[in-house]
Design a protein. Structure first.
Length: 191
């Protein structure tokens, strides 16, 4: 069972938003579940939906451990799914959630994620995307600028601009940009 302090810090404010946006949703695919903390916590608090975690296989043991500890029966077994590597094989999700993945992926992977989501969401389906983003080409804080430098030095893609994401997803409408604690956003897209 791995642990992310960031997940502990952000899970409550994200849950408050997801409860609003996912009220009418029945099945959510989470791209890049990481430790599994979000999957376990959100599924436990939103019993009306089925949560499908996915990530590389190395993360599955931790995801399973968090889900077992939360004793939630509305989380499916994690599946291996990596944008740019694996084919899409989820036909019945009506929403997609991802947190802190766009600044880890390379730009071409983020573009592919946005295109993939836009292709496979049903009409009216929601994509909730959490993390740090730039606005109109600017970082929203010095700490995000420093974080971006550090990410790029480590070979990660870096913080993406919201307008750049929009340019990659003409069939998704960005319905809400919710300001979240610690200079993050929740972007709510609808197909
Ligand atoms: C910073 S972690 C975030 C994990 C978790 N969502 C959270 O908020 O703590 C980034 C995650 O994205 C996943 N990831 C990176 N590149 C990916 C890709 N191309 N396709 C799918 N997942 C990817 C990693 O395996 C990792 O679990």
């Amino acid at each position: 069972m791995r642990f992310s302090q960031a997940c502990e810090n952000n899970k409550m404010p994200i849950l408050a938003q997801l409860k609003l946006h996912l009220a009418g949703v029945s099945k959510v695919l989470e791209i890049g579940s990481g430790t599994g903390q979000h999957a376990a916590f959100f599924a436990h608090h939103m019993k009306h939906l089925v949560w499908q975690p996915c990530d590389v296989k190395e993360n599955h043991q931790s995801i399973l451990a968090w889900v077992a500890q939360a004793k939630c029966d509305n989380v499916l077994a994690p599946v291996p799914f990596f944008i740019g590597v694996d084919q899409w094989y989820f036909d019945d999700v009506d929403a997609i959630y991802t947190a802190n993945t766009a600044h880890i992926m390379q730009p071409d992977e983020v573009k592919l994620m946005m295109e993939t989501v836009a292709t496979h969401l049903p009409n009216g389906g929601l994509f909730c995307q959490y993390g740090p983003f730039c606005v109109s080409g600017e970082f929203t804080s010095q700490s995000n600028a420093d974080f971006d430098t550090s990410l790029r030095q480590q070979g990660y893609g870096g913080i993406r601009d919201i307008a750049e994401l929009q340019s990659w997803t003409p069939t998704l409408t960005l319905t809400q940009i919710v300001e979240m604690p610690a200079n993050n956003f929740l972007l709510v897209w609808q197909k």
